[in-house]
Design a protein. Structure first.
Length: 714
């Protein structure tokens, strides 16, 4: 496989490419177009979101004269591995050697519109769209070969970039020979089907990440590694709280520093210099005064605040009669669960480099959404969108944080004001302060079981976390889910911005649901795995639970058993999964040590098992953080947690034995793999705590202090 060409080097400064300019860059080859409406359907994107797309295509590929296949996607690479998996899919669909496939990612001038990279949608949504384009490309090639070889297309076979007559490989023509010296544009009215999974050569085999070596060696280029002649570094005056409004600022001391310039524009105050150390020195010399309007909420009264908020509600997942189920119950359970604000804490902070060349703007940015950023830049700077180009180099982690792109707007504004390229790199403190945190939430679950241990009703209420992952999963005849969110025109609930955090809020809902299931299993006197299987009809979930139990070597036992084993399961991004955890608890300190985590998932067709395994292991490891330590402390809009000394993410020393199983489902469509394995980690560990000690904690993280408090109550 060829090293990916992202077109994101600083030397390539073409901006706002129009369709005719795009063809000039590509040169000879075959361009295959297909309808944007087909692509929108395949990408699960509502048609009303389409914007300024060419009328005859949305996604495209280019087959060069030397037979090289270049696939273009508005998706970005942030460590999830699509840089490896998408070429694998392309090579199989087009019948070309894997090493002949290149990928161009996240360039608004070259790539088709895409809403963003999130929700584990690349493989399961963009993948089919790309495969459809490649199937058309192959159809065009077969027609051309038929004309050249004077043989009906039905008698031709494509293999490794060569088309030959069936039974006579000597009568052949290469893709390159078909495209050499000419450009062919063709739209196929009858779209050929994509290839059947039984004919795959590459898909389903394991591949190491193609970017691994350059990243390990430090050769990979992230936004902060880019340099331009005359480039200025910038630091921006930041408020001490989200409830603060600037009254005045004395910049005289900063202006005295040689080589530093102070820039002011409509509330934006920044210092710029070609020397990064000098802007760090200058920014702290600005004396600013603020007035404050803080919400009366903090990390101590947070959950009372949420329940008192003005909300609107929506009901879903209804069946049967809740009151009838309550009457049929031998035991009724009413439980309240809490979840806290979480930071994303990516290794790379938000970074952007902006440059104007005449009327055109190029922005290199660490973002998950190059096209929405392009729109925002055009709106912010009152520019034609065609004059704005966004290029996304490698992104050093995101987990939902980089759906926001404030730093890129800042860099562009400063580049316009100074007339020079400007680099904005957020400090770690800025990263925490402006993070779009995982939302805190409250969940109340009312449920019941009969004498045989069957769930009779399930009445689920969730505040501020939405319903992702809130589905009942289990076979319950009487059920209802009610979701509460901020009412229209009501006062704000959160004192700062919130947003998606890996498997957004599924962690919250899975924690509440799976802890409630364990509470009921304990009351029924049943092993927690036995209880789940008894109350399940979903065969995919049953298969996942049995697979993880087999991998774990699980044996049923009296519950709580004292062994410290917990179980949880759930669904995310179209993938079913089940997790088991084994822990030990220090009853003196309250510290939980996770010894083992096992996870089994049904993700449909697994394109690259090695890449999927890495994603699963990454999810399980990241899940340790929200389960055990991660929590944003705050007072109104004042963030108290601003660095890793107060926000503890998982360390290498924490990583337990990890055992992962990917169920063989080659005949099924591919589903998401970047998020599902994280959703059940918190619940599995909390349930393991109960199994080990009989102590139950109803919120994350399970800090030593909370464990000791729970042990006293137990």
């Amino acid at each position: 496989m060829k090293k990916t060409e992202t077109k994101s080097t600083v030397k390539n400064r073409n901006t706002g490419l129009r369709r005719r300019d795009f063809f000039k860059i590509l040169g000879g080859g075959i361009i295959v177009f297909f309808s944007p409406w087909d692509a929108l359907e395949l990408m699960e994107m509502p048609a009303e979101q389409a914007r300024s797309l060419p009328k005859d295509f949305n996604a495209f590929v280019h087959i060069a004269e030397d037979g090289t296949v270049t696939c273009y996607t508005g998706k970005i690479e942030m460590g999830q591995g699509i840089i490896t998996s998408l070429p694998v899919m392309a090579a199989d669909e087009l019948d070309v050697p894997l090493e002949k496939v290149k990928l161009v990612l996240g360039d608004t001038a070259l790539c088709p519109f895409d809403q963003g990279t999130y929700g584990s949608l690349t493989t399961r949504s963009f993948g089919p769209a790309m495969r459809a384009a490649l199937a058309e490309a192959k159809g065009v090639l077969m027609e051309l070969a038929s004309e050249k070889l004077k043989v009906p297309a039905s008698q031709l076979v494509a293999e490794k970039g060569v088309i030959y007559v069936s039974g006579n490989k000597a009568k052949r023509v290469t893709y390159g020979e078909l495209t050499r010296g000419k450009r062919i544009e063709k739209f196929l009215e009858v779209k050929p089907p994509v290839k059947d999974y039984t004919k795959f050569i590459y898909v389903g085999k394991s591949y190491k990440k193609v970017d691994s070596v350059e990243k390990v060696k430090g050769e990979a280029k992230f936004t902060g590694d880019l340099k331009l002649p005359g480039m200025l570094f910038a630091r921006i005056l930041r408020p001490p709280s989200h409830g603060a409004t600037l009254k005045s600022a004395d910049t005289s001391a900063a202006e005295k520093i040689e080589g530093v310039k102070v820039v002011r524009d409509d509330g934006l105050i920044a210092v710029v210099s070609e020397n990064k150390d000098k802007v760090d020195e200058a920014i702290v010399k600005i004396k600013a005064e603020y007035e404050f309007n803080e919400l009366p909420v903090n990390d101590r009264n947070l959950f009372e605040w949420i329940l008192k908020a003005q909300t609107s509600s929506s009901v879903s997942n209804t069946a049967g009669d809740i009151e009838l189920g309550r009457k049929q119950s031998e035991h009724v359970f009413e439980t309240e669960f809490h979840d806290v604000y979480l930071a994303h804490a990516p290794i790379e902070t938000h970074t952007a480099l902006a440059q104007f060349e005449g009327e055109k703007l190029t922005v290199w940015a660490s973002t998950q959404q190059p096209f929405p950023l392009q729109d925002s830049l055009a709106n912010e700077l009152k520019m034609p969108r065609d004059n704005v180009r966004v290029i996304v180099p490698y992104v050093g982690g995101a987990f939902g944080a980089k759906n926001a792109y404030q730093q890129a707007i800042e860099a562009a504004r400063l580049a316009k004001l100074t007339g020079k390229p400007v680099m904005v790199v957020w400090t770690r403190e800025e990263e925490f302060f402006y993070d779009t945190f995982h939302s805190s939430a409250v969940v109340k679950v009312n449920s019941g079981i009969d004498r045989e241990g069957r769930i009779t009703f399930w009445d689920y209420h969730v505040w501020m976390a939405g319903t992702r992952g809130a589905e009942t999963v289990y076979d319950v005849p009487n059920r209802k889910t009610t979701s509460y969110s901020r009412a229209r025109n009501a006062p704000p609930v959160h004192p700062f911005a919130t947003g998606p955090w890996r498997a957004p809020n599924n962690n919250t809902n899975t924690f509440a649901r799976e802890c409630q299931i364990d509470i009921m299993a304990a009351k029924a006197g049943m092993d927690p795995l036995e209880f789940r299987l008894k109350n399940l009809k979903d065969q995919k979930m049953i298969d996942c639970l049995k697979a993880v139990a087999d991998k774990f070597g699980y044996t049923p036992s009296k519950f709580p058993s004292g062994r410290g084993i917990g179980i949880a399961c759930g669904i995310d991004a179209g993938t079913w999964q089940a997790t088991m955890a084994e822990i030990k608890v220090d009853r003196t300190t309250g510290k939980i040590t996770v010894l083992r985590l096992a996870c089994a998932q049904d993700m449909g067709l697994c394109v690259n098992p090695q890449g999927a395994l890495l994603q699963m292991e990454g999810c399980l490891t990241m899940g340790l953080g929200y389960a055990l330590t991660e929590e944003v402390l705050f007072e109104g809009g004042n963030i108290k947690t601003l660095n890793f000394d107060t926000y503890e993410i998982p360390r290498f020393s924490w990583v337990p034995k990890l055992e992962c199983v990917i169920l063989d489902r080659k005949d099924q469509p591919p589903q998401g793999g970047g998020e599902p394995a994280i959703i059940a980690v918190g619940a599995a560990i909390a349930n393991a705590l109960f199994d080990a000690t009989g102590a139950r904690i109803y919120r994350v993280p399970l800090t030593p202090t909370r464990v000791l408090e729970a042990l006293k109550k137990a």
